[in-house]
Design a protein around this ligand. Structure first.
Ligand SMILES: [Zn+2]
Length: 211
């Protein structure tokens, strides 16, 4: 039998990239294991860094915020005498065995005695709530570890869930408001949404080119 490009004849075809699931729109833009470490990660970082830079600016750890489409990536650590901000740096566990120790971003605010963990994800629309619960559960041991490392500090986890088409829940508005303030949160969310959506479009186009 000649080997060439795979052809699609029916609806129940397996995904051409991972061969694990049915190739649906939902699968292509947010469920394919073959794209998780590349295109999905790029989308995830593009949206999250908008929030991260805004928070850095709020803490006066950065002066300029790159535009939403800029390829600039944050540094792993930003610090002054009041705050330390981490971008994708694992927590070194001193007290407990913590398997999930790598949250996307972390702010240790020594002035307000608070640790903020920030986790971002871009699931398919139906899975927003589920993703949020999954993340909260996953990092419970890490929150406990941080409680021990920072006695007397408030430990808070923010699950930033924006679905692959840019949708988000009412509670996300409140969370982003807490993180960047009431005068900036709408605009920040709008830029994050734009970043997610433009990357999803890019993913869909890339996939189409491959057929
Ligand atoms: Zn796939």
């Amino acid at each position: 039998m000649p080997r060439g490009r795979p052809r699609h004849t029916g609806d129940d075809e397996k995904c051409r990239l991972c061969r694990e699931a049915q190739e649906s729109v939902a699968h292509v833009v947010s469920g394919c294991s073959a794209l998780a470490q590349t295109l999905y990660l790029t989308r995830h970082n593009a949206a999250l860094k908008i929030l991260f830079f805004e928070m850095l600016k709020g803490y006066q750890l950065a002066d300029a915020i790159p535009p939403w489409y800029s390829p600039v990536q944050p540094k792993p650590v930003y610090q002054d005498d009041k705050v330390t901000a981490y971008w994708d740096v694992p927590v070194f566990a001193e007290h407990l065995q913590v398997r999930a120790n790598r949250v996307d971003a972390r702010f240790v605010d020594r002035e307000n005695r608070e640790v903020m963990l920030i986790e971002m994800s871009c699931p398919w629309m139906d899975n927003r709530k589920q993703k949020e619960e999954e993340k909260t559960l996953k990092y419970a041991p890490l929150r406990l570890e941080l409680k021990r490392q920072h006695p007397g500090y408030k430990i808070r986890q923010f699950n930033i869930v924006i679905d692959a088409l840019g949708g988000y829940s009412r509670s996300l508005k409140e969370e982003v408001k807490t993180l960047v303030g009431s005068d900036r949160y709408r605009e920040v969310l709008r830029r994050m949404q734009k970043a997610v959506l433009s990357h999803t479009l890019h993913i869909a186009k890339t996939f189409k080119v491959m057929c």
